[in-house]
Design a protein. Structure first.
Lengths: 325, 440
C-alpha cells in the first residue's frame, strides 16, 4: 500500500543517467546492480501492465467521458457528432428511467449497509466464540458469496416465479386474480431482489468481520472482562473500536457493491420497471445494434461521478492516516 | 489503490537513476503505444481469404434445429456447385448484439439477418452489398410482399429471404370445440368471446411480458388493424406522432381487453404463458408460431390451431400479417463475391427452402413456389395466411430503430400493461424520447 513508485521525473533531475539505449556504464555506483537482463525484465514487468492499464482503463474512461458529449451509433468514426450537454439534458429531463435508477442505487446501498452488514457482524461475533461446527456454519453462510451473481439471480427468479415459484405456490398466490407479481410489480420487485442481494452480502460481510475479529488482541477482551464489562459493553467499547479498519473496508466494499449492482437484476428481470439501475441503463443503451453510445456514455459518466464522490474522500482519508503513521 | 494518476506520478526518492530511467522509459513507451491503440473492434471470423472454392458465412442459427437445417442446405449447395460453405455460428443473441462491430470488422461473405428496417439500416450504412444481380434470377420465386421486404430504402435488393412465420391468435381446437366457441372475425366478437371464456373459468388470453418484447406484438396487431399498414409503418419509422389520436385509440382498445389477459404478466416469461395454453387453462394466446415449440406432446401439438387477429376497422380488415422473415445478406467486401452470389442464388430457390423446412417445421418457406407437400396442417394455414396478405410487417423491433424499441417502447409497454391508467403521460413521454432518438 505504501511503497513509493518511481516512474516519472524530469530528465534533468537525473544528469548522471546514461543516454537512452547506452550499455550499462562502468562498474561504479548503483548501476551495476542492474544487468541488461534486469532492465529488460523490469521494463516488461512495469511496461506491459502500465500499457494495459493505460489502454484499458484510462483511455477507455476518458473516451467515454468524451463520447458523453456526442451522439454516435457505433458505425464508423465519421458518425460521431458533438452535441454538447444535450445527452445530459435529456437524461435529467426526459428519460423516465434515469431518476428511478439513481434512487434504486441509493436504496440498494442503504439496504445493504443497514441489514446484511450488521447481521454479518452478528454472525461473525457468534462464530468467533469458537462454537461447535463453526467451520460448517462459516461455509454455509459464505457459500452464496462463492456462487456467481448471475446464478443467484437465476435461482431467486425461480423462487419468485409467479406461476411455479416456491413462494406463490406456498401461499397459494398462483391463481388468476391472486397473483403476487414479485418480479414485475414495481412496488415489490426491488425488495424481492434485495432479499437475494442481502442473502449474499451477509456472508461476505461475515467473512470480512471474522478476519477483522481474529486480529483483535485477546488481551483487550480479557482486560475488559477483568474490569467487569458485560458482553455488550465489551463489544461496544472494546471490540467495535478495534474493528475500525475493517469497518472502513466494509463501507467501501458495500458502496462498490451497490454501484456495480447489475448481474443479479439483469438475470432477474433485466431491470424492468421498478428495478432500474444505472449500470443496466448503460448496457441497455450501449450494447446491441444501432446503439446509442453517446447517450449510454453520459449515463456511465454520471455513474463515474457518483463513484468518485465516494472514493475520493475515502482515498484522501486513507492518505492522511498513512502520512500520519 | 494508492496510485490513481495515469502516468504514475512522482513520489520517488531513493532509487538509482538508471532504474528510474528504465521505468520512466517503459512508462513513456506504454503511454505512446496506448494513445496509438485504436478502439477495439470485436472482429468476426472470415477464414479462407479469397479461396474461390469456399464461401464464408456468419450464422445466428445456434439452436440445434436450425443449425442442422442450415447445414443440410450447404451440403446440397456443395454437391451442386463444388463450393464449400465455411459456417461461423454464433449464439443467436450474441450475434445480434455484436452485429455492428461484426459488420465493420472482417465479416464473413454472407451472413444471416432479418428483413425490413433492420436490414435497411445496415444497407443504408454501406455495410451490405446490393443483390440486384441475384434477384434477377430468383425474383420469380417470391411474392410481391417478400420482394418489398428485401429492398433497401434506395429500392435496391439487399436481402434473400429463406423462411418466415406468422403472428396470430393461437388456441387449442379441442377447447374451442368443447365450449362451442367460434373463431371471432371482428373486435366485438373477440371481446364477447373473452367474456364468455371468463365465465367458463378460462383465462381468455395467456400473456407473459417478462422479456418485454411480447407486448410489442400485441401493439402491432392492434395498430395495423385499427389504423392500417401505412400508418403503422409511419409510426415505426418515427414519422407519425405517438400523441396522435389514432395511437390513443389503439391503447383504448388495448385497455378494453387487458383485463382479459393473464394477470401478473410482467413477471411471466412467454414460455410460462404458453404452458397455460398447453394445459388448457388459457383460451387464446397472441404470439408467433414458435409457440408450438412449447407443445412437447405431439398430440397436443396436433390440437394447436390459430386464427388471424380479428378485424377492427372495416377499412383495413385483416389484410396485414405480421410475418418476421429471416434470410441472408452479402457483406460489404466479400472475399469470394462470385461464390457468394452463387450461394445466394441457391438460397433463393424453392429447393433450398424445402431442405430447410424438412428439418424445421415451426416456420414456412418465404418463396411462393416452394412445395407445400410436406407441410403440417398448421404450416399450410400459416403459408396461406402469409401468401394471401396484402402487406407484411416484421415485428416492432425489426420495423423500427432497435434502440428506440429496446430503450423506450419495451419499458413503456411494460408500464402500460401493468397499469393502463396513465396512457396520456406515457404517450407524451414516448413521443419526447422518440424525437431525440430519431433526430440523432
Amino acid at each position: 500500500m505504501s511503497a513509493p513508485t518511481e516512474t516519472d521525473e524530469p530528465p534533468r533531475a537525473a544528469p548522471t543517467a546514461p543516454p537512452p539505449g547506452a550499455p550499462p556504464a562502468g562498474p561504479t555506483g548503483h548501476r551495476r546492480l542492474l544487468t541488461r537482463r534486469d532492465r529488460i525484465t523490469l521494463a516488461l514487468m512495469a511496461g506491459v501492465p502500465a500499457l494495459l492499464h493505460v489502454a484499458l482503463v484510462w483511455l477507455t474512461a476518458l473516451a467515454s467521458v468524451a463520447l458523453a458529449f456526442t451522439t454516435w451509433d457505433g458505425i464508423g468514426f465519421d458518425t460521431i457528432h458533438w452535441v454538447g450537454l444535450r445527452n445530459f439534458r435529456e437524461l435529467f429531463t426526459t428519460n423516465p428511467q434515469f431518476w428511478p435508477a439513481v434512487e434504486h442505487n441509493v436504496v440498494w446501498f442503504a439496504v445493504l449497509i443497514l441489514l446484511p452488514t450488521p447481521f454479518g457482524l452478528f454472525l461473525a461475533l457468534q462464530l468467533d466464540k469458537r462454537v461447535r461446527f463453526s467451520r460448517v456454519y462459516q461455509t454455509a453462510f459464505f457459500l452464496p458469496v462463492v456462487v456467481s451473481l448471475a446464478v443467484i439471480g437465476f435461482v431467486w427468479q425461480l423462487v419468485y416465479n409467479p406461476d411455479t415459484g416456491l413462494i406463490n405456490s406456498l401461499v397459494g398466490a398462483n391463481r388468476p386474480g391472486h397473483y403476487i407479481d414479485w418480479i414485475g410489480d414495481p412496488d415489490l420487485n426491488l425488495w424481492a431482489i434485495l432479499v437475494a442481494a442481502s442473502w449474499r452480502h451477509t456472508g461476505y460481510m461475515m467473512i470480512l468481520y471474522l478476519a477483522g475479529l481474529k486480529s483483535v488482541d485477546p488481551a483487550l477482551r480479557e482486560a475488559a472482562a477483568l474490569d467487569g464489562a458485560d458482553e455488550w459493553q465489551t463489544f461496544r467499547h472494546v471490540v467495535l473500536p478495534a474493528l475500525r479498519p475493517t469497518n472502513t473496508v466494509v463501507l467501501v466494499v458495500t458502496v462498490i457493491e451497490s454501484l456495480r449492482a447489475f448481474d443479479l437484476v439483469f438475470v432477474f428481470n433485466k431491470g424492468a420497471h421498478g428495478t432500474e439501475l444505472l449500470s443496466i441503463l448503460v448496457t441497455d443503451n450501449i450494447i446491441g445494434e444501432s446503439s446509442r453510445i453517446g447517450y449510454g456514455s453520459a449515463i456511465a459518466v454520471v455513474l463515474l461521478l457518483i463513484s468518485l464522490a465516494v472514493i475520493i474522500p475515502y482515498l484522501v482519508a486513507t492518505f492522511r492516516t498513512e502520512r500520519r503513521g | 489503490m494508492r496510485d490513481l494518476s495515469p502516468t504514475g506520478q512522482p513520489s520517488q526518492h531513493s532509487l538509482p537513476p538508471s532504474r528510474r530511467r528504465v521505468l520512466r522509459r517503459a512508462g513513456a513507451g506504454a503511454l505512446l503505444a496506448g494513445t496509438g491503440v485504436p478502439l477495439l473492434n470485436a472482429c468476426g471470423g472470415g477464414a479462407g481469404a479469397g479461396d474461390p472454392r469456399t464461401v464464408t458465412l456468419g450464422s445466428n442459427g445456434s439452436d440445434a434445429v436450425p443449425k442442422a437445417a442450415y447445414a443440410e442446405i450447404y451440403a446440397a449447395f456443395r454437391k451442386k456447385s463444388g463450393i464449400t460453405v465455411d459456417v461461423n455460428t454464433k449464439d443467436h443473441n450474441t450475434f445480434q448484439e455484436q452485429i455492428n462491430s461484426y459488420l465493420q470488422g472482417t465479416p464473413d461473405d454472407v451472413f444471416t439477418w432479418f428483413a425490413g428496417y433492420r436490414m435497411q439500416f445496415f444497407a443504408a450504412k454501406g455495410l451490405a452489398t446490393p443483390l440486384d444481380d441475384v434477384w434477377a434470377k430468383i425474383g420469380g420465386n417470391f411474392p410481391d410482399a417478400m420482394k418489398r421486404l428485401s429492398k433497401g430504402e434506395d429500392g435496391t435488393y439487399y436481402f434473400v429471404p429463406l423462411d418466415t412465420y406468422p403472428w396470430a391468435v393461437f388456441h387449442r381446437g379441442s377447447v374451442f370445440e368443447r365450449h362451442g366457441y367460434e373463431v371471432p372475425a371482428t373486435w366485438d366478437a373477440f371481446v364477447a368471446l373473452c367474456k364468455r371464456m371468463r365465465k367458463d373459468g378460462l383465462v381468455p388470453i395467456a400473456f407473459g411480458d417478462k422479456d418485454a418484447w411480447p407486448a410489442l406484438g400485441t401493439f402491432d396487431q392492434l395498430d395495423f388493424r385499427t389504423n392500417g399498414y401505412d400508418f403503422h409503418v409511419d409510426l415505426m419509422a418515427g414519422r407519425a406522432s405517438w400523441t396522435d389520436a389514432r395511437v390513443r385509440k389503439v391503447f383504448d382498445l388495448w385497455t378494453e381487453i387487458l383485463p382479459h389477459h393473464q394477470d401478473g404478466a410482467v413477471g411471466r416469461t412467454w414460455q410460462d404463458a404458453a404452458q397455460a395454453l398447453v394445459a388448457g387453462k388459457a383460451g387464446m394466446y397472441l404470439l408467433g408460431s414458435f409457440v408450438g415449440q412449447q407443445f412437447t406432446d405431439p398430440a397436443d401439438l396436433a390440437d394447436l390451431d390459430f386464427f388471424p387477429f380479428p378485424a377492427i376497422s372495416p377499412e383495413f380488415g385483416q389484410e396485414t400479417v405480421e410475418a418476421p422473415t429471416d434470410g441472408f445478406m452479402l457483406s460489404r467486401k466479400p472475399k469470394n463475391h462470385a461464390g457468394a452470389v452463387r450461394l445466394l442464388e441457391f438460397l433463393g430457390t424453392p429447393r433450398a427452402e424445402e431442405i430447410y423446412l424438412r428439418s424445421d417445421s415451426s416456420v414456412v418457406a418465404a418463396a411462393s413456389t416452394a412445395s407445400t407437400a410436406s407441410y403440417t396442417a398448421l404450416q399450410k394455414k400459416a403459408f396461406d395466411m402469409i401468401s394471401g396478405a396484402r402487406s407484411l410487417t416484421q415485428f416492432m423491433d425489426r420495423d423500427s430503430r432497435p434502440d428506440f424499441t429496446s430503450t423506450v417502447m419495451q419499458p413503456a409497454l411494460q408500464t402500460f400493461v401493468r397499469d393502463p391508467k396513465g396512457v396520456d403521460s406515457l404517450l407524451t413521454s414516448i413521443e419526447r424520447q422518440k424525437k431525440t432518438i430519431f433526430a440523432s
